[in-house]
Design a protein around this ligand. Sequence first.
Ligand SMILES: Cc1cc2nc3c(=O)[nH]c(=O)nc-3n(C[C@H](O)[C@H](O)[C@H](O)COP(=O)(O)O)c2cc1C
Length: 231
Amino acid sequence: MRIVIINGSHRKNGATALILNEMYRQLKKYSDVDVQMIHVADLELKYCVGCGSCYKTGACIYKDDIENLSLSIAEADGVILGSPTYASNVSGQMKVIIDRGHFVMEQLLYGKYAICVTTYENYGGRDSAKILNRLLSYSGAKISGTIVSRNKFNSNPLEDIRLKENIEKVVCRFYRDVIRKRKYLLQSSKHFIIFRVGIQPFVMKKGSQYDGIITHWKKRNVAGGISDEVW
Ligand SMILES: Cc1cc2nc3c(=O)[nH]c(=O)nc-3n(C[C@H](O)[C@H](O)[C@H](O)COP(=O)(O)O)c2cc1C
């Protein structure tokens, strides 16, 4: 089982990192799990320039760290996305990953399980979690759990015993979901509608301009039930 954890805070020892490190530690207890922790602070990332090349060719024009990150995610069984709350939103670094990571169009998380983690100090932690969760579900993931943690800046969220217990519970459920391929019928139905009514017809109408996207869908067997004539 391969799991990728992304810390969207520049602070590698901040509140978000401490929670994600605890999740990493919990996952490491399972002998069949290979976990990769990625800190945005270690990545070289340019902004998306909106050229649309990735839709056409399937890859970004920039040769920085984004394609390797997308590849790690595409090969994983589960992802954990964590971000601090900045102005009731995710961090700028996380937004760059969202914009450039081909998440929604490519259905990068199709068939995968996910956990969303946000931290905040005063207000807006739920807003940033909503943003991450929407990204996860639009990208095809099934969400095993969400953690929204309120802490004083520079304090250790893990001093809260209830949070630690919750982390353990959520990670355990996530692991079991991947093993048992839990269906999450409501989430799957919502995703089916979003994909079939919104994303797929939009992409098909674009024709060869979106060839790269269709190649990725075929490779990952996205909407595997659709016949070849429809493609
Ligand atoms: C630029 C910036 C904007 C922030 N905006 C908010 C906010 O809108 N609401 C809030 O409750 N906390 C806000 N915070 C506080 C952080 O979300 C909070 O301290 C978070 O736990 C920091 O995570 P980290 O230690 O992993 O970086 C902000 C912090 C910074 C640096």
